[in-house]
Structures are given as C-alpha cells and as structure tokens.
Write a new protein. Structure first.
Ligand SMILES: [Zn+2]
Ligand SMILES: [Zn+2]
Length: 171
C-alpha cells in the first residue's frame, strides 16, 4: 500500500529546511533497506486547512484523536497519513502522540521525528509501556523505537514491520 506522508511544520523554531533534511535522511535510509512505497509531501494545500481546523479546535491528545472520526473529516483512505510538527503543540506525551494515521510531534529531534513517522507506516514501539524497557523482539540496542532513544536507527524488526505494512505482506 503506497502511503503519502504529509508533513506539516508548525514550528517557530525548526525551519522547513531542517525538517526536509531530516525527512530526506529518513527516505534515504529506508530506500537503502529496499523500502520505496511511500512519499513525503510538505504543507499539502489540499489538507492544510482541514488540519488547521482540527488542531485549532482540539486539545490534541491521543484519547481525542482515537475517539474522533478524523478519517471521515480528512476523507482518509488509509494511505494518506499526517505528521504535524511543532514544539508548541499540546501533546499528551512529551515527545508527541501518534495513531495509525496522524502524529502530533512536539519533540523535534531528528530521530524522534523518525520514530513518530515510522508509527504511521507500520512500526511498533519496541519498549514495554509499563517498564519502558526494550522488548525482547528488538534486535539492536540502538533501535530508535526503544524508549527515549534520540540517536540510532531502526532495528531489522522495525524494517520488517514497515515492509509488511507497506508491501501488504501477511505475518
Ligand atoms: Zn512510539
Ligand atoms: Zn527495535
């Protein structure tokens, strides 16, 4: 399932150029792992106004995002996902909140942005929600799907999760 990732930068601190550099690195890295089934789009006019309306209206929290039919509002067909970036955005977690198709990212470190956007294309967290310790399935101590890792890359398990999602491969 080819996925369009819409990146909307609301930051007053982090420039569009910086975000683009991070996303170019992200794309290049995944392409090296033979993952090509996605594109990055910036400030897509088609959706921008809709997303502004949502952000303005809500105190963004995972609970609210899960419980509102944003898919309907955005006419989402599941291959359009949204990363909304800005240090000032209200989020439940200090680094940001993500669901299957929308991530609100308030920590703008490069690898945190990679982590949250990876959730939008099939990656799972590689840490235990209660203990915050790495899960046994994680294959690299520098995997950025672990808790609080702002340096590193994706472990092979994450690459498999993303491939399964984007290439529609079952289990
Ligand atoms: Zn996560
Ligand atoms: Zn991992």
């Amino acid at each position: 399932m080819f996925t369009n990732i819409h990146v909307l930068n609301y930051s007053n601190v982090t420039s569009n150029e910086t975000i683009k550099k991070y996303m170019n690195n992200f794309t290049e890295y995944l392409n090296q792992q033979n993952i090509h089934e996605f594109s990055i789009n910036y400030n897509d006019k088609l959706y921008y106004e809709e997303v502004i309306k949502i952000i303005d209206r809500l105190i963004v929290s995972e609970y609210l995002i899960h419980n509102l039919d944003l898919s309907l509002m955005l006419n989402n067909t599941n291959n359009e996902v949204f990363a909304i970036i800005g240090e000032e955005l209200p989020t439940e977690n200090q680094w940001g909140d993500a669901t299957d198709f929308i991530a609100v990212i308030s920590c703008t470190l490069e690898k945190n942005i990679w982590h949250e956007i990876a959730h939008l294309i099939g990656a799972n967290d590689h840490y235990d929600n209660n203990t915050q310790k790495a899960l046994d399935i994680c294959m690299d101590e520098n995997c950025i799907m672990q808790h609080g890792k702002d340096e590193g890359v994706f472990c092979n398990r994450v690459i498999d999760e993303i491939k399964k999602h984007l290439k529609n491969i079952d289990g």
